[in-house]
Structure formats: structure tokens, C-alpha cells
Design a protein around this ligand. Structure first.
Ligand SMILES: Nc1ncnc2c1ncn2[C@@H]1O[C@H](COP(=O)(O)OP(=O)(O)OP(=O)(O)O)[C@@H](O)[C@H]1O
Length: 592
């Protein structure tokens, strides 16, 4: 707990470039002026009723000043008002400054997490739930922000406490010591409540994560949920999650209010004991007694604030720990960028996979086992094989998303390593089975690939992807909004937009992973013809089940059970009646 708190303070200090120090310094000044204004009460009372309030002259600092300046009652009152005004101004400046610094710091934190998640290797991202990432960027960073605010309140309360204690020491060191001991006893007595706060913080983090998972799972799969009539089941699960959080929060509120209640009672007992000791034992004069009581009355809520700030800080601090853990994980899995990276090989000859194996974490057997194959520049290579044989895994490896467990990938003889994998990915465009479209216009969806592309260029790639006729017919043309994940378009239309987007990159290697599976037969034929026309201009790797998408291929590779079982030119394999390709082509006769 102490280590975590220490890390948090260091982290905030660095994140704000020490600016929280300035905020705290403003606070020290404000506390000091508040303390001095309280102190002025002693000469005030002495001036009002010299007979009963004793002599202020023997109080350090104030006594000396009084003797030197002999202030009138009016001057003392003006001084008092001025000090309060200065203190108010300092507090206000500190609050505005602190809010600015903190918001900026937390935004930097969110941004850093966002960037690190984006830069992390695909294998690591693949194992992280999207809902957990969204939870981290919203709920958990929100809790880190609250923890930072709690920490600042705590430090401020501690500063004020220290100021008052010094003041109290000047008035009567015995009584100040007495108050400090009472405070420490009260603080120690409330230790069990603070422990519960830490535990609550850890539990609630997990609960928020689960609530977010249910929510995102439902929202992203709402179509499927509705089709299976399981909206109510989701609603029930969501309610269960909410109930858990509510109960836990209630339990925490009960405990923390018990802390506040115990504190109030203890403060009252302490105040009574304090007054009794001050009057009966220490027999303080009236002026000092009033000032000590005022100090004590102001101190008591600070003790309360300290207790409450610590409780809240401890309940929110686990969010910082899990944030740190995830950020470190992503940072360690970062793909080299900028100066640490190398340029991609130009690709003028071939991409080779040599003795390549890949095992997914936790999988019983490798998805790919000793695969060697070649994708020749300027040619169209088709990858065929049964479902689950490893075709998409090969596509992910070739485009530089996944890293092989053993073996290597070379481009023109240059090995693809951690240093050039990202750059190589920049030479590749990928059209997946499920087109990914933003809830935005067609133009915006296309410009993901090339932000500065002109409208003319957009129309030209739409034409190549056989998407021009349907986009032209839309009333808003390129400015048509496609709906959530493109749901206002048909599956085939979405796929054609995705293909156009890939072509916009002018890739050296275009990978189509079952990219036309959602299209009707006629459209498949049209796109197939169009892809065939790209021969020589762009190298294509097509992963396909349907013969229509492989007929135009120059080379064939067949995968089964993670192994390469057949490869050669299309013409040679199609002519061999015993080849897998021939079997697949014969299958098409019955399919069509
Ligand atoms: N992220 C993953 N984690 C664990 N196992 C995975 C993962 N992705 C794929 N696999 C497994 O690896 C094997 C190969 O999967 P892959 O998706 O490459 O096959 P595929 O030939 O493309 O299948 P399909 O034609 O059905 O798309 C399968 O057994 C699959 O279950």
C-alpha cells in the first residue's frame, strides 16, 4: 500500500512536471495567512478586554510585533479582513491552477495509454478484451483522477494541520501536544476502516470491468442478441452486475460513514477533554483559550478530511495499479517506430516463409507447423484449405501482424524482424472477411487509408472495386453515412468499399481473406475479373474457399492441419486430377 502510494506520488509529480508542487506552495501560503488571521485574534481580544484576556506580549512573534507597532483596534480589524481576503484569493488561484494541471495530466495519461495500446504487438492486443481497454480509458482513468484529487486534498489538509499545530505550539505547547496525541489516537483507531477501503477499491475495479464487458458484448452483438431473442438474458446479466456494484458501494458507504460518525463522536469527546484540561489543568487565560479553541475547532474537520481523503484515496488507488500494469505490458510489447525501426525491403522478387511454425497462447497444438512457401512478386497466389487449417494465420504472418514462433519470413531475402515489421505492414493492404466500416461517410471510410486522397481518386478506386454504380445512386454519393459498422449497406456493398479502400493504399501486396465471400455470384465474377486485371501491377495473395476467387490465380498453395500440403502453378495443379485444386474445381461444378 505504501509502495503503491509512493509510486503514485512520484508518478503525479513527473506527469505534472512538478507543477503540483506550485499548487501545494500556494496552499501553504493560504494556510499561513489563515493561521496568521487566527493569531490576530489574540491581540484583538487583548485590546477589547485587556483585564480578562491576559497579556499577549509574552506570546512569541505576535507579542514582539504588538510591542513594536502598538496597533489600534481598527487597524487590527482591517488587517484581519485583509488577511482573509488574501487567503481567499490564494485558495481560489490554487484551485483553478490545480484543476488545470490535473486535467491536463490525466488527459496525457489517457493519451499515453491510447498510444501504447495502438503501438503494441498484435499478439498482445489480441489477448486483451476491447471492453477492458475501453474500461481502462474511461472508468479506471476516471478513478485515477479521483485518486489524484484525494491525494491533493490529503496533502492540503496535512499542510493546514501542520500550520495549525505550529500556531498552537506558540500559544501553548502543552495543549498543542495534547491535541496532537488525541489526533494520533483517533487516526490509529480508524485503521480497520481504511483497510476496508483498500479492499473495496480492488473489488470495485473488477466489478466495473465485468459490467463493461457485458455492456460492450451486448452492444456490439445487438443484432445477434435480438435474432436469438436474448435481450432479456443480457438485461438480467447487466442488472446482476449493477446489483453487485450497488451492493458493494453501499457496503463501502456504510463503512466509510461509520468512520465519519466514529470520528465525530471521538472529536466531541476530544473537544470536551481539551477544554477541561485547558481550563482546569493548564488554567489558560481567556485570549489564549479562545484562540486554542478556534484552532482546535478548525483542526477537527481537517482530521476528518484527512481520514476521508485517505479512505477515498485507498479505494481508488488500485485503479492506478491496474493502469500501470496494463501500460507497462503494452510498452514492453511496443513495435519499434521512428529511429528505432528500419525501412521495409522494397519487394521486387518474393516473400518467403521458411520452416515457419506458430502456436497461439494456450492452444493444444500449433496452428502452423513447419510451413515453407513462396509468394512471387507481380503474381496472384491463392491459398486454399479446409476451415481451421491455418490460412488466416498465414495471412496475418505475411502482412506482419503476427510473429512466427519459429522459422522466418523474408522479403527479397531480407528477414522481417521486430525492427522492420511495422514498415513492411505499410506496403501491404488487407481486405478481411468482415469489412470494418466506421459510422461515418463513404469518403471518410475510404480516407482511413489515405487521408489526403482527392474525390477523383476516391471515385477511381470505387470504380476498380466495382462500387461506383451503387455509390453514384446514393442521394449523398460519397457523403452518404454508412451507419454503425456499415449496417446501412449490404454485405456485398460493404466489402466493395473495403476493397476500394485497400486499393487506395497502392499496396505492393494485396491480401484478400475470403474477401468476396459476402458477394453474390455475379459480383464475385466481376471483382474476380477486376482482380485478374491487376495482374502484374500489384501482387495478390487471395485466401479463398470458392473456386471463382482462385480461377484467376497464377500460383496455388494448399494448407491442411497447419501444414503446406501442395503448391505449384495453377495450370500444373489444375491439370493433375489427383491434386487438391482439381478436387476443389470439380466441386465448383456442383456448387454453381
Ligand atoms: N487468436 C487465436 N487464438 C487461439 N487459436 C487461434 C486463434 N486464431 C486462430 N486460432 C486457431 O488456429 C487454427 C487456424 O486458424 P485460422 O483462422 O488460421 O484458420 P483458417 O484456415 O483461416 O480458417 P477459416 O477458413 O475457417 O477462416 C484454428 O485451429 C483456430 O482455432
Amino acid at each position: 500500500m505504501i509502495a503503491s502510494l509512493n509510486r503514485f506520488v512520484t508518478f503525479l509529480w513527473r506527469l505534472t512536471n512538478g507543477r503540483i508542487g506550485i499548487a501545494l506552495a500556494l496552499n501553504v501560503l493560504a494556510s499561513f495567512t489563515e493561521g496568521v488571521s487566527l493569531f490576530l485574534l489574540i491581540p484583538l481580544i487583548a485590546t477589547i478586554d485587556a483585564g480578562r484576556s491576559g497579556n499577549a506580549i509574552d506570546i512569541p512573534v505576535i507579542g514582539d510585533l504588538m510591542q513594536r507597532f502598538q496597533p489600534s483596534l481598527g487597524l487590527l480589524l482591517v488587517g484581519f479582513v485583509l488577511l482573509i481576503a488574501v487567503q481567499g484569493t490564494l485558495i481560489r488561484s490554487k484551485t483553478v491552477y490545480l484543476t488545470t494541471v490535473m486535467h491536463h495530466a490525466i488527459d496525457r495519461l489517457r493519451q499515453a495509454f491510447f498510444v501504447r495500446a495502438g503501438n503494441a504487438q498484435w499478439e498482445v492486443l489480441q489477448q486483451t478484451r476491447v471492453s477492458d481497454l475501453s474500461n481502462m480509458l474511461t472508468v479506471e482513468t476516471g478513478r485515477v483522477q479521483i485518486a489524484a484529487a484525494n491525494l491533493m486534498s490529503l496533502l492540503q489538509a496535512l499542510i493546514l494541520l501542520a500550520t495549525y499545530l505550529v500556531m498552537a505550539l506558540l500559544v501553548s505547547w502543552q495543549m498543542a501536544l495534547f491535541a496532537a496525541v488525541i489526533g494520533l489516537v483517533m487516526f490509529a483507531a480508524l485503521y480497520p476502516i481504511r483497510r476496508q477501503a483498500t479492499r473495496f477499491g480492488q473489488d470495485v475495479g473488477q466489478m466495473f470491468r465485468e459490467q463493461n464487458r457485458t455492456l460492450l458484448e451486448f452492444l456490439t452483438g445487438i443484432r445477434v442478441a435480438k435474432s436469438f431473442l436474448i435481450e432479456d438474458a443480457y438485461a438480467k446479466r447487466f442488472w446482476q452486475r449493477l446489483t453487485l456494484i450497488r451492493r458493494s458501494t453501499l457496503r463501502y458507504t456504510r463503512i466509510s460513514t461509520l468512520g465519519t460518525f466514529s470520528f465525530q463522536v471521538m472529536s466531541a469527546i476530544a473537544a470536551a477533554a481539551f477544554i477541561w484540561v485547558a481550563v482546569e489543568v493548564a488554567q489558560l487565560d481567556f485570549g489564549r483559550l479562545i484562540v486554542l479553541l478556534l484552532i482546535f475547532l478548525r483542526l477537527a474537520p481537517r482530521f476528518g478530511a484527512i481520514q476521508e481523503s485517505i479512505q477515498n484515496l485507498l479505494s481508488n488507488l488500485p485503479a492506478f495499479d491496474s493502469f500501470r500494469e496494463q501500460t507497462t505490458m503494452f510498452a514492453e510489447a511496443a513495435e519499434p517506430k521512428g529511429k528505432r525501426s528500419e525501412a521495409a525491403p522494397p519487394f521486387t522478387d518474393e516473400v518467403r516463409l521458411e520452416g515457419l511454425s506458430l502456436s497461439y497462447p494456450g492452444a493444444a497444438k500449433p496452428a502452423l507447423d513447419d510451413v515453407s512457401l513462396s509468394i512471387k512478386f507481380g503474381r496472384i497466389t491463392a491459398l486454399i484449405g479446409p476451415s481451421g487449417s491455418g490460412k488466416s494465420t498465414i495471412a496475418d504472418l505475411v502482412m506482419g501482424l503476427l510473429r512466427p514462433t519459429t522459422g522466418r519470413i523474408t522479403v527479397d531475402g531480407v528477414e522481417i524482424t521486430d525492427r522492420n515489421r511495422r514498415a513492411w505492414r505499410g506496403s501491404v493492404a488487407f481486405v478481411p472477411q468482415e469489412a470494418f466500416l466506421l459510422h461515418d461517410t463513404i469518403a471518410a471510410n475510404l480516407r482511413i487509408a489515405l487521408p489526403d486522397a482527392s474525390d477523383d481518386l476516391l471515385w477511381s478506386v470505387l470504380d476498380q472495386a466495382k462500387a461506383l454504380p451503387f455509390v453514384e445512386q446514393l442521394s449523398d454519393g460519397l457523403q452518404t453515412v454508412v451507419g454503425e459498422r456499415g449496417t446501412r449497406l449490404s454485405g456485398g456493398e460493404r466489402q466493395r468499399i473495403a476493397l476500394a479502400r485497400a486499393l487506395l493504399r497502392k499496396p505492393k501486396l494485396l491480401i484478400l481473406d475470403e474477401a468476396t465471400s459476402a458477394l453474390d455470384w455475379e459480383n464475385q465474377q466481376m471483382i474476380a475479373a477486376d482482380i485478374a486485371a491487376m495482374r502484374g501491377k500489384v501482387t495478390i495473395l487471395t485466401v479463398a474457399h470458392r473456386p471463382s476467387m482462385i480461377r484467376f490465380a497464377d500460383d496455388m498453395i494448399a494448407i491442411e492441419n497447419g501444414r503446406c500440403v501442395e503448391s505449384g502453378t495453377f495450370a500444373a495443379l489444375a491439370a493433375d486430377p489427383n491434386s487438391r485444386l482439381a478436387a476443389m474445381l470439380r466441386g465448383e461444378g456442383t456448387e454453381v
